[in-house]
Ligand binder design. Structure first.
Ligand code: CIR
Length: 255
């Protein structure tokens, strides 16, 4: 079960967030409304929200998932691979928020880079995607910290997607949503895999929160497949975040 969420309000410069999509720039007012709806959906799942203030120096700073890995035993502050985002990990309000919840806080050091959107938790094991943002040294340091606290980690090479969780979501109870390059990866053969059709691949980024699954709105086939597994599905419109390669998971830390 998750008790806590840390999120950050999107800032006006979110319109300048890093993107590989050609969907146009986000509409800031709409992004704000969508963020409010996301937070209230999470509140309905019985978690307590710590909402950090916007930070206009970092266009992508609402994507808090990337700046820390929050486990049951420790938090690990990352060192982001995107140079324009690197300062997000050391922001004092994020550090203070983590210190409120964690006695054990570790920090990834240079030359390691890692963004926690590349890390998928499946019980006490953490899969770490080697991507354009996460390097082997970052993954090695992360696995070292996980082992120090009695957990395990392994690496997965990525070929196509930005982050590991762009194409994968672990929904607990052995259920795993898979899209694109992850559908056939042997690393995940032991799970009950639910394949997301290619025309709905954005829907592979979902989050399990206390028996509910938050999903992006507008992906009926994947939604039905998740409902058929017995989850209560809550849909949230994230169209403005999609324009800058962001998904549902990216907008929160859950622990
Ligand atoms: C970026 O490129 O870093 C942001 N525009 C999107 C980050 C998405 N985060 C995530 O998938 N965890």
């Amino acid at each position: 079960m998750f008790k806590n969420i840390i999120a950050r309000k999107p800032c006006p410069s979110v319109t300048e967030g890093i993107t590989s999509a050609s969907l146009g720039k986000p509409d800031y007012e709409l992004a704000l409304k969508q963020h409010e709806a996301y937070i209230s959906a999470l509140e309905r799942c019985g978690v307590e929200i710590t909402l950090l203030e916007e930070n206009d120096s970092y266009p992508d700073s609402c994507f808090v998932e990337d700046v820390a890995l929050c486990t049951k035993k420790c938090a690990i502050i990352t060192r982001l691979g995107a140079p324009s985002r690197r300062g997000e990990a050391g922001l004092p309000d994020m550090k203070a928020a983590l210190e409120r919840f964690y006695e054990n806080i570790e920090v990834i050091k240079e030359p390691g880079t890692i963004e926690a959107g590349d890390i998928m938790m499946a019980e006490d094991h953490f899969y770490i995607g080697l991507s354009a943002r996460t390097n082997e040294e970052g993954a090695k340091q992360m696995i070292g910290f996980l082992e120090k606290y009695g957990m395990t980690g392994s690496v997965v090479a990525l070929a196509e997607v930005l982050h590991l969780k762009t194409g994968l979501a672990y929904l607990e109870n052995n259920n795993l949503l898979t899209a694109g390059e992850f559908v056939t990866k042997p690393d995940f053969a032991k799970y009950n895999r639910i394949e997301v059709p290619s025309f709905e691949d954005y829907a592979a980024n979902c989050i399990w929160v206390n028996g509910n699954v938050l999903m992006p709105a507008g992906y009926p086939i994947t939604q039905k497949a998740v409902e058929n597994l017995g989850y209560n599905v809550i849909t949230v419109d994230t169209s403005e975040y999609r324009k800058i390669d962001g998904g549902l998971s990216c907008l929160s830390l859950r622990f």
